[in-house]
Design a protein around this ligand. Structure first.
Ligand SMILES: CC(C)(COP(=O)(O)OP(=O)(O)OC[C@H]1O[C@@H](n2cnc3c(N)ncnc32)[C@H](O)[C@@H]1OP(=O)(O)O)[C@@H](O)C(=O)NCCC(=O)NCCS
Length: 226
């Protein structure tokens, strides 16, 4: 019995040390989560309960092993983390500082994705390939970018610094700096704080549905005139 209690105490001490090390080495990421999630009440809450932080800890270990060419072990850790959190980050992806995943479930980040500093992803985001590219086939996300719930950013494209991808957008082309993108396929609705009226600014229209509606509207107006 005494022996059993000693083993239990050692296990508890190891868990405590692990938690303290994570608190020490990931304090910037924890503070970023506190800053960006109004629901985060304390440092300890983020440390113990946030899946986004737990998957990041696993990713940092897996990425280290990936860089050491220990690909199988790296992938094994990332798959375990995926099982535990529902978030899949390929160990080959490159992720900057103060990265925060809010809610998290259903996120996929591909092998050649590059993510800058201070990036926030919500649940259901995919940073994926289009399925036809080889080599660098996943997006490069700039600094201070927010990607809304369910958005898909596909292919070897670049999302400029300080941009905001709206929820459920599908982005398949480069996004300039300081832009807000919404819709499928993604279109710019705001740039440098200025609202872009898609019906006036045809340079910004990538959306074939909007173009078709505009053409139909013109035909109806012509018919009404006749
Ligand atoms: C895109 C977003 C950032 C709003 O940005 P904004 O610059 O404040 O945009 P506005 O609210 O002024 O809307 C601009 C236009 O885009 C439309 N729009 C906004 N969000 C949209 C979205 N996700 N999909 C499609 N259209 C959207 C608006 O209806 C508006 O259209 P209009 O100009 O024809 O009226 C926000 O709507 C969003 O999607 N945030 C994601 C947040 C999220 O994922 N939260 C998850 C929490 S769990």
């Amino acid at each position: 019995m005494n022996y059993f209690i000693q083993i239990l105490l050692i296990i508890l001490a190891l868990i405590l040390i692990k938690i303290l090390l994570i608190a020490l080495f990931f304090r910037q990421d924890i503070r970023a989560a506190q800053k960006r999630d109004p629901a985060a009440k304390s440092f300890i809450e983020v440390l113990l309960l946030y899946q986004g932080l737990h998957v990041l800890v696993a990713y940092r270990a897996a990425h280290f092993l990936y860089n050491m060419h220990m690909f199988f072990l790296a992938r094994y850790i990332s798959q375990l983390a995926r099982f535990a959190t529902g978030i899949e980050i390929h160990p080959g992806a490159k992720i900057g500082k103060r990265f925060f995943i809010d809610h998290g479930m259903g996120i996929v980040i591909g092998e050649t994705a590059i993510i800058g500093d201070d990036v926030l992803l919500y649940q259901g985001v995919t940073l994926g390939g289009t399925g036809i590219e080889k080599g660098k086939r996943h997006p490069t996300i700039g600094n201070n970018v927010v990607i809304g719930a369910g958005a898909k950013v596909l292919g070897n494209i670049t999302v400029g610094d300080n941009s905001y991808i709206g929820s459920n957008a599908v982005v398949i082309k480069d996004v300039p700096l300081n832009s807000t993108i919404v819709g499928v396929p993604g279109r710019i609705t705001k740039q440098d704080g200025r609202k872009i009226d898609v019906s006036l600014d045809h340079m910004q229209v990538f959306d074939p549905i909007i173009q078709t509606i505009e053409e139909l509207q013109k035909r109806i107006e012509n018919l009404e005139k006749k």
